[in-house]
Write a protein that binds this ligand. Sequence first.
Ligand code: F6P
Length: 540
Amino acid sequence: MSTLRSKDAWQALERHYESMRKRRLRDLFARDADRAKHFSAEAAGWRLDYSKHRVSHATMQHLFALARECKLEARRDAMFAGDKVNNTEHRAALHIALRAPAGSVIECDGENVVPGVHATLDRMAVFADAVRNGDLIGFSGKRIRNIVNIGIGGSDLGPVMAYEALRHYSDRTLRMRFVSNVDHTDFAEAVRDLEPEETLFIVASKTFTTLETMTNAHTARDWLLAAAGSKQAVKKHFVALSTNREAVRKFGIPAMHTFGFEDWVGGRYSMDSAIGLSTMIAIGPRAFGEMLDGFHAMDEHFRNAPLEENLPAIMGLLSVWYTDFFGAETVAVLPYEQYLKRFPAYLQQLTMESNGKRVTRGGKAVDVATGPVFWGEPGTNGQHSFYQLIHQGTRLIPCDFIAFGQSLNPSGRHHDLLLANVIAQAEALAFGKTLKEVRDEGVPASLAPHKVFEGNRPSSLLTAQRLTPATLGALVALYEHSVFVQAAIWDINPFDQWGVELGKVLAKKVAEEIESPRKRLAHDASTNHAIRWYRKARAQ
Ligand code: F6P
């Protein structure tokens, strides 16, 4: 059993929860005219207003006490110091070193890793500039114009999210595509209008063994060779981003087209490593550097700010508060910024692959709920789809609203309306509309209950002036560290992902059975039936 429930601060929170669970945001705001000021914090270009959460000053004190009793600060310092905080894989988790300024010292196994990080960044910059300047030439002598990133999970979601988020800053003469699914439709649609002679494939895979990525990479190689005729073309048209240099070499990608990183970079924490090459090609080395600066600014804030003013700590603790005390099962992430349309998908891996764990770091079953489900869509689209449930359903769904003061594509009233909506949604969720207010509007008694908004539904409002490479970097780092804070409270390892293994192993076995129709099947009746059905279907 986890000892979390036995901690003094946890027990104090349990008692405190009894006094908070029925408290209304209406009352909390009525008692404190400066509540928005008292429950907000700023860092790295972001402001977090958490006043619309069901917390009092006492709640926050209890949560900070819990963090201290769980030794959050010591754990954070251990991560920054390069300790092997990923205990089940005996690895450090040093993504913070990926954005450390040149000249800083961060040691792993007694070696300063920062010079290596910057050497790779410099090589990436030379390569990215060559593509952007038109100096990278394909097998026919034409310049490379199409960049296809092949990867999955952290080797896809970060690059796609960053590309979409920073498209405004990207070179529009380049066509960027992303292929992840082993479903061939993904590859076929990505390349159907591309010329092989103008196409560069970036094979992004930390391990360079992932089934989906390697299947797509081989398909890409065949597609290229069908046009080029000679294997020599692979050298010009393929780049690898990987820690597995030997497998890359066997694939035929030369060392000069290989950009490495170390095993202390987890897949879902890798968008600012060599895995970000597509981002750097799209927006250029300088803007990529600004993004890293944004990450670093949030890292420094997380490392140095007292918990009481620390954005990742506050966000992580609020998540624990709702997950474990209010029984909330999900968090909705709602960016009011079209360029962040892939941000919720990116966060799903970051949060759920990290904190979807049921045993502690020591291997004991946890006795509280861990990682909530993250989901979301950009505003205002979600308002016309699932917001009904958030406003009037029976579940409590804390929301993270994200908004910017200025649009990157200003026009007429668009941005005013967008911002009016996000502000109004947070207000409606928090304060709702009582039966009396509904009746006072003259609504007939039979309809009145349908028009009541209970309110008291919590949300954060995260705001920054503009979406820039730097604000994006800081935002991602904010969520990375918030995930870490939650994991520290739950005493789980956010850096491994053993839960993806069983499905991978079974899929390999089933693939062999499908492709060898005479093989005896010894699964359960349902699995056997599905395999037999597909054996027939594929043969027709
Ligand atoms: O299957 C999960 C996972 O291991 C992720 O953690 C990772 O981001 C993804 O697969 C891709 O792995 P790789 O970069 O090694 O291809």
